[in-house]
Design a binder for this molecule. Sequence first.
Ligand code: ZN
Length: 369
Amino acid sequence: MAAIPPIPINRDRLLETFVALLAVDSYYGDEERVVEVIKPRMDGLGVSWRSDPHGNLIGTWPARGKNSEPLILNAHMDTVLPTPNMVPIVKPDGVYSDGSSVLGADDKAGVAAIMEAIQAFHESNEPHGPIELLFTTGEDVGHIGSKAFEAQDVVSRRCFVFDAGGPVGTVVMRAPGQRRFVMKFKGKSAHAGIEPELGISAISIAARAIDQMPLGRVDETTTANVGTIEGGQAYNIVAPEATVTVESRSLSEERLERQVADVTNAAMQAAKTYGGTVEIETHTFYTAYELEESDPAVQLADTAIEAAGMTTQHVSTGGGSDAHEFNEKGITSVCLGMGYIDVHSVKEFMPHNALHDATRLAVELIRHG
Ligand SMILES: [Zn+2]
């Protein structure tokens, strides 16, 4: 059987769109600047746009001559840090930051790939099913747009999230849940030289608690970290208060619950030992998910990756993405590798070939969807 010829992608237009997206500073709160790049460039393709109250941009691209189940193509419009003066530098192998900030390929490469895929497909005159586009806000500061997003604002119940690390062809099958803890230890202040025995050091309580917590790579599926510690008032005062922030992630929600108990017990035991107190706020930042190999959305991703001439790699990740929130809301979401390098640093770099491959993948998802 002869392979279906590929749909031609306009590489110059793809690069031009990508650079135009990178050139706007769209840290959380300023994503509207990306919306203003997307909409005019996608004029005349038949996409109808609306924004939800959280700034998420939703596009509906009606089917053309094909009756298939609708699907969502998703990327986030914000960047991990502001990029106010960053000038993207185009080199023969890819696009770099000028070193003043992150590049923001995470996730403008995802936005650009989806835009060019729709454009290229439109020009091909091939039939396609109904497609929804979902460009989210505040992913990197805490999945703000996707957490607030309402599933009834779209009809699709499967989504492809263009936002994972690893080469194009990477399919995230398992992703961790995360809990965050704020622990406020309270002791009693006293003069450190004159009457230290009247005080209770909150810093000592915190130190004991931390020492008793399982931290680092706790087991095969679980990690934990003390992120910040602050407390005390002066050299000569027994510290009345200390606040510690802790996170833990696990691919297993059950294991995560045990970690929550271990961390909480360590804090409470330490407070008891010293005669102080502790207040613990536990926050479920996101919930672990696992996709089945047999899930039709995973199979579609595999088919599209193969059709685009790449190799599928099913992976577990340690990171969070909008896919967490959509899966939680009942929209099966597959997070896909983008091939960007050194994201979240000023050395961030997007190879031309990876951007092109991600676009081909988006095209094949539409084609086989
Ligand atoms: Zn991202």
